[in-house]
Design a protein around this ligand. Structure first.
Ligand SMILES: CC(C)(COP(=O)(O)OP(=O)(O)OC[C@H]1O[C@@H](n2cnc3c(N)ncnc32)[C@H](O)[C@@H]1OP(=O)(O)O)[C@@H](O)C(=O)NCCC(=O)NCCS
Length: 245
């Protein structure tokens, strides 16, 4: 029955999300805090903690509880370490994902397969190794012809990393997983809009954030609500759902 409940994603700058959470570190387990402390850069630590806090906020919203009621667990399928695909100990049927990049985070929760990814557009050259690693030859052509190849590459990259998180691709198969029919960013999206797309039965909500110059994609088996968290403005809601104040 829960499978019909719309997944909820939220995204925002690390600072805005941390302000919304109050004290992200207070929500994290000792295992998560240990991982955060091992990060060398304080900004990486902040991104990590904001993302791990934000996933509790969206998961709690779907479960009808507070973020501090939830325990995030990660156990790597390869090495058994406390990283990799996450779940919520109190409700393992709820699927969760998050992403952190410099100064910006996103998270998603749903009772269906879900994934989210955010990135800063990296410098790319049209014949570069990064392009060949991530994109098929036809996708490389689309990116090379885009008005902003770096942003176009980032758009394809967040989609492919979402597919990796969904278990539908690996780092080795990214380039052979063809995102047929999915356009890269139009100019209005590049300045901070959002849009909805479908691809092979998957539902995507995509956005860009002008202030942080990041792009993001949330992917799920059914349509997703997206909340954009802002510190100085009310949360901007795409579709349904509301975060608690
Ligand atoms: C999944 C992956 C693409 C995300 O990388 P990224 O874009 O650099 O980082 P993001 O911030 O967007 O996402 C990181 C989150 O993805 C999630 N994640 C990591 N591995 C995952 C996996 N196999 N499946 C689903 N989600 C995963 C975690 O929640 C992680 O958060 P954390 O770093 O705070 O623990 C990358 O971690 C990867 O390719 N992993 C596969 C390699 C692997 O299995 N390594 C095992 C080493 S023992």
């Amino acid at each position: 029955m829960n499978a019909g409940i719309r997944p909820l994603a939220a995204t925002g700058s690390t600072d805005d999300v941390a302000a919304r959470l109050g004290d992200p570190a207070a929500l994290l387990t000792d295992v998560e805090l240990g991982r955060a402390q091992r990060l060398r850069s304080s900004s990486d630590r902040s991104d990590f903690m904001a993302a791990h806090g934000l996933v509790r906020l969206v998961a709690g919203q779907l479960l009808g509880c507070g973020p501090d009621d939830l325990t995030v667990v990660q156990r790597c399928a390869r090495c058994g370490g406390p990283h990799g695909q996450p779940y919520i100990a109190e409700q393992p049927a709820l699927q969760v994902s998050w992403s952190h990049t410099r100064g910006y985070v996103a998270a998603i929760a749903g009772f269906v397969p879900v994934a989210v990814d955010v990135e800063h557009p990296p410098p790319v050259t049209v014949d570069g190794a990064l392009l060949r690693l991530v994109l098929s030859p036809s996708e490389q052509s689309v990116v090379a012809a885009a008005p902003d190849p770096s942003r176009a590459f980032a758009r394809q990259w967040v989609r492919k990393e979402s597919l990796v998180k969904l278990g539908m691709a690996t780092l080795d198969t990214m380039a052979t997983t063809e995102l047929d029919g999915l356009a890269v960013d139009s100019s209005w999206l590049a300045i901070g809009g959002h849009r909805r797309l479908t691809w092979r039965g998957w539902y995507l909500v995509e956005w860009s954030d002008a202030a942080s110059a990041t792009v993001g994609t949330a992917m799920a088996a059914i349509p997703t609500s997206l909340i954009r968290i802002g510190a100085t403005s009310p949360d901007r809601l795409v579709a349904i759902g509301q975060l608690p104040t």
